[in-house]
Design a binder for this molecule. Structure first.
Ligand SMILES: *[C@@H]1O[C@H](CO)[C@@H](O)[C@H](O)[C@H]1NC(C)=O
Ligand SMILES: *[C@@H]1O[C@H](CO)[C@@H](O)[C@H](O)[C@H]1NC(C)=O
Ligand SMILES: *[C@@H]1O[C@H](CO)[C@@H](O)[C@H](O)[C@H]1NC(C)=O
Ligand SMILES: *[C@@H]1O[C@H](CO)[C@@H](O)[C@H](O)[C@H]1NC(C)=O
Ligand SMILES: *[C@@H]1O[C@H](CO)[C@@H](O)[C@H](O)[C@H]1NC(C)=O
Length: 339
């Protein structure tokens, strides 16, 4: 408002208006000292990227089944700083499913994102992070996982529900075949990861991905070995080539205590009846949901004192309009890494 006072000659009425303006200005100044300030860095800034990678790794460590997800795009970021020095990041990130199972020790940077033609699965997450002693930590998140429905083509492989009878026959037959040819251990099915079918001449061709764990066998009866020393592996099987290929993971003992807790949970055979893919954990700390909703955040936002032109959606509000150039280029969302 004080930017509207530009003329040097004013009437008595305008004097009063000026006084009111000054008082309001002082109140606004005091208000700004107790209210948090909101900063919007560019979505591709190193700061945003570092926070997004912390979020990616945290989300991957949360889910106990299915595949690792890789960062595809930073949609939005707000950094809220309180005068007391608390720094909170509120971000929206898009992730894509990779072909590395969560039990696979391969770092997510080395995993392959599934191309659209193989039916990509997308994760859309709102994440709240806090800067605690210089280290960013996720305090809450909310995720939505969906099969990509773009670019679905006739004759492309389609995802099947994880309880599809024909595809599960392939899983059991190929595991029996694998066990028949493995000398040292009998493996048991731990989780069905992905089932697809493709129409080819001669009927549907099935492909299956599944996780195996070493069994504890006495006589003919086996049960999954409930031991952190147990060997795990990831198998891909194809009905058209009648092949099964299993990658045995390096021993789980390397995993941290946190992972060992998750590991115990794994030993429940995981089949999502009727679902076609494993989902990211849906949310964490729902009591922080106000921060996870963009609308509710707006009301707590202090718009810095600056000409209206700098409040452009996605642009970084200039804290001092006289020294900072005003950017009209939207700084969010950021670049697309895969598709
Ligand atoms: C991951 O990729 C990097 C760079 O390509 C490579 O040096 C490293 O050995 C890979 N790690 C694994 C576990 O594959
Ligand atoms: C296991 O191997 C034996 C001998 O190689 C073969 O006769 C049998 O059909 C195999 N069974 C399966 C389930 O692959
Ligand atoms: C069986 O175990 C031995 C000794 O632990 C190992 O050298 C060999 O590679 C294993 N064979 C298979 C097929 O896993
Ligand atoms: C294997 O199963 C037997 C019988 O249920 C049990 O006594 C034994 O402790 C199991 N071994 C391991 C390593 O879990
Ligand atoms: C798969 O699960 C869905 C939902 O629970 C169920 O309606 C369907 O009958 C199941 N299909 C098979 C083949 O078990």
């Amino acid at each position: 408002i004080h930017h509207t006072i530009s003329t040097l000659t004013f009437t008595f009425a305008e004097m009063n208006l000026l006084c009111v303006t000054v008082v309001l200005g002082l109140l606004a100044g005091a208000w700004a000292q107790v209210m948090p300030a909101v900063d919007r860095p560019a979505c591709d800034s190193p700061e945003a990227e570092a926070a997004a990678l912390v979020a990616q790794d945290y989300l991957n460590a949360q889910h106990k089944h299915g595949y690792k997800y890789a960062l595809n795009r930073i949609e939005d970021i707000k950094i809220i700083s309180t005068p007391a020095g608390d720094v909170t990041y509120v971000m929206e990130v898009d992730l894509l499913e990779t072909d590395c199972h969560v039990l696979d020790p391969t770092p997510v940077a080395n995993c392959t994102v599934r191309p659209k033609v193989l039916t990509a699965v997308e994760g859309d997450c709102d994440v709240v992070l806090k800067n605690v002693g210089g280290a960013l930590t996720v305090t809450a998140f909310k995720c939505k996982t969906e099969e990509s429905t773009e670019d679905i083509c006739l004759g492309c492989p389609t995802l099947l529900p994880l309880n599809d009878t024909n595809a599960l026959d392939l899983v059991h037959a190929s595991l029996a075949h694998y066990n028949n040819n493995s000398i040292n251990a009998t493996y048991m099915l731990l989780e069905v990861g992905r089932l697809t079918s493709q129409i080819v001449s001669g009927g549907p061709a099935y492909k299956a991905e599944f996780v195996i764990v070493e069994g504890n066998c006495t006589n003919d009866a086996c049960e999954p070995l409930n031991d952190i020393m147990a060997t795990h592996g990831f198998c891909t099987a194809s009905s058209s080539s009648a092949t099964v290929d299993c990658k045995i993971f390096p021993n789980m003992v390397k995993y941290s205590i946190n992972s060992i807790i998750q590991y115990t949970f794994f030993l429940i055979l995981f089949i999502h009846h009727g679902l076609k893919h494993h989902k990211l954990t849906r949310f964490h700390n729902p009591e922080l949901n106000t921060l996870l909703s963009a609308e509710s955040l707006e009301s707590a936002e202090v718009v810095p004192v600056a000409p209206a032109v700098s409040v452009v959606a996605g642009a970084s509000p200039a804290s001092d309009p006289s020294t900072t150039p005003i950017s009209l280029v939207p700084l969010c969302p950021g670049k697309i890494r895969f598709f």
